[in-house]
Write a protein that binds this ligand. Structure first.
Ligand SMILES: C[S@@+](CC[C@H](N)C(=O)[O-])C[C@H]1O[C@@H](n2cnc3c(N)ncnc32)[C@H](O)[C@@H]1O
Length: 254
């Protein structure tokens, strides 16, 4: 494994920690004391500042993977955690009829809206200012969704076992989950131990993200599938501390 892959988690943590200070300074300058007094609101501002810089770097490194996942979406789509919209350009406008961008970080909505417009998706893309666990409040009906896009998001949702089961219930029989997610390293025990150590600080500095979540297993157990084509990114070493899985799960027709 190249040293850079080993150092990457520390660089990400360091960068995010630095943005905590920048966020405090920005909020003080803006006189937004209320945001400083609510941990949740502060975290949201903090993540938005961090992701505005780091998101494009991350998207530049894995654009081909995000394109494979997002580009396969069709019909009615749940775009989970689109953030600042760095992946919306990958949607095939000819294949989608409606996209719900489920994004709780409202500080990123302006960037998301702008990228939606640039992608020519303004008429079909609707931003829902909520988490994936709150969709019932927005009138999404059971078995109404064709494609659930999961691109670097399931690492941070609360109660992933319950929420992925709920997302499964929103999906039509024969509908699909499209996946590009970082997960627990299931191929290398020492690195799994390293992830476990990192996990002590990771969620606190990265707004609830989990570095060692077995999202692949959680998805497999979310319901009955007709097909599961989900595997580790073969471009990464099995020693990578931030290993990704990619692929597609198709919900059973009956
Ligand atoms: C690492 S960013 C990825 C953004 C985007 N998918 C991309 O690839 O550029 C994760 C995103 O998930 C969002 N998020 C966090 N908790 C969420 C939840 N419970 N439901 C949906 N999205 C969530 C965050 O606000 C953030 O924008």
């Amino acid at each position: 494994m190249p040293l850079s892959a080993f150092l990457r988690p520390f660089l990400i943590l360091g960068l995010s920690a630095g943005f905590a200070g920048i966020t405090i300074a920005k909020l003080l300058i803006a006189g937004n004391i209320r945001a400083l007094l609510s941990w949740r609101t502060f975290q949201s501002h903090w993540f938005a500042n961090f992701w505005t810089l780091f998101g494009p770097i991350s998207a530049g490194m894995d654009a081909h993977k995000a394109r494979a996942a997002v580009g396969a979406a069709y019909g009615v789509v749940l775009d989970l955690g689109p953030g600042s919209g760095l992946t919306v350009c990958h949607f095939d406008a000819a294949k989608v009829t409606k996209i719900y961008g489920v994004e709780p970080c409202v500080e990123l909505h302006a960037q998301l809206q702008q990228r939606v417009a640039e992608a020519g998706l303004k008429d079909v893309y609707q931003i829902l200012p909520c988490g994936a666990e709150e969709l019932a409040a927005y009138g999404i009906e059971r078995e109404s969704v064709d494609s659930v896009v999961c691109c670097k998001v399931l690492c941070g949702i609360p109660a992933p076992e319950r929420v992925t089961k709920e997302l499964y219930a929103y999906t039509k029989p024969g509908g699909q989950f499209l996946v590009w997610e970082h997960v627990r390293n299931g191929r290398c025990t020492p690195i799994r131990g390293f992830q476990r150590v990192l996990q002590f600080v990771w969620p606190h500095l990265l707004q609830g993200c989990n570095i060692n979540r077995p999202t692949d297993e959680i998805l497999r157990n979310a319901g009955k599938w007709d097909s599961v084509a989900l595997g580790y990114d073969q471009e990464q070493s099995s020693w990578d501390p931030v290993p990704f899985v990619e692929g597609r799960l198709i919900k059973a027709k009956e």
